[in-house]
Design a binder for this molecule. Sequence first.
Ligand SMILES: NC(=O)c1ccc[n+]([C@@H]2O[C@H](COP(=O)([O-])OP(=O)(O)OC[C@H]3O[C@@H](n4cnc5c(N)ncnc54)[C@H](OP(=O)(O)O)[C@@H]3O)[C@@H](O)[C@H]2O)c1
Length: 241
Amino acid sequence: MRNVLVSGGTRGVGLAIGKKLAADGFRVFALGRKESPELEAAIVAAPSGVMNFLPFDLAQVDLIPDLVRELKAEHGPLYGLVNNAALGTDGLLSNMHNSDIERLVRLNTISPIVLTKYAVRSMMTAGSGRIVNISSIIGFTGYSGLSVYGATKASMLGFTRSLAREVGRLGVTVNAVAPGFMDTEMTASMKDADRAKIAARSALKRLVDVDDVAGAVSYLMSDAAKNVTGTVMTVDAGNTA
Ligand SMILES: NC(=O)c1ccc[n+]([C@@H]2O[C@H](COP(=O)([O-])OP(=O)(O)OC[C@H]3O[C@@H](n4cnc5c(N)ncnc54)[C@H](OP(=O)(O)O)[C@@H]3O)[C@@H](O)[C@H]2O)c1
């Protein structure tokens, strides 16, 4: 069974991705700080050992090498990595605390890059593997109050393209998924009127669901996507069309 690590797999988009990949036949390690009741239920519902909770705080960048080493020693090499965990802290840049800016860049940019560094090594040795980075349409459009978040999400796109070139010859694909707005804990503070505006601006006149993003990741992890790398799959109900 192929192992896939999904960061931020305890709820929201990451949980939907983990459930989909488990249904696709992967062994899933859902990384997060706290096991949610929803993840607990998904672990119970899946065949034994297929869905697993991996407790870890990604702000502890220095501990990432040990995390990957221990996971590999216990369960074998990783076939796939989904860099999904992120903070969605908003705020006008001129008023934002520097500590908040640093937290965002650390969790949304540095942690996934370092996690990828250690996870990709065994994929390179195996001559196959998949990395999927969850970005956002905010990485290439704009949204007032999300400049730092937008910077981190754009960074994932640049990372995806260059790493795809670096590891392609070793059989590893690297892609990004850029979702539009979805209802999750990250966006819980958004007003209904703003939600309605986003839907109205989208070609399909509706919002994206976490399962739409899980479907895109499932494709990129599958054998059908063996010749897809260095690309960005936008899943936004036509918001940026
Ligand atoms: N929601 C949207 O509208 C939207 C749109 C476009 C892109 N995205 C992207 O989709 C991804 C998932 O977003 P979401 O809406 O599902 O967010 P969410 O509901 O806030 O979930 C975030 C996930 O990240 C984990 N996480 C947060 N801090 C962590 C830390 N320090 N260490 C380890 N795990 C941590 C959380 O688990 P714990 O709290 O247990 O640690 C949780 O599983 C993000 O990359 C986001 O940028 C979301």
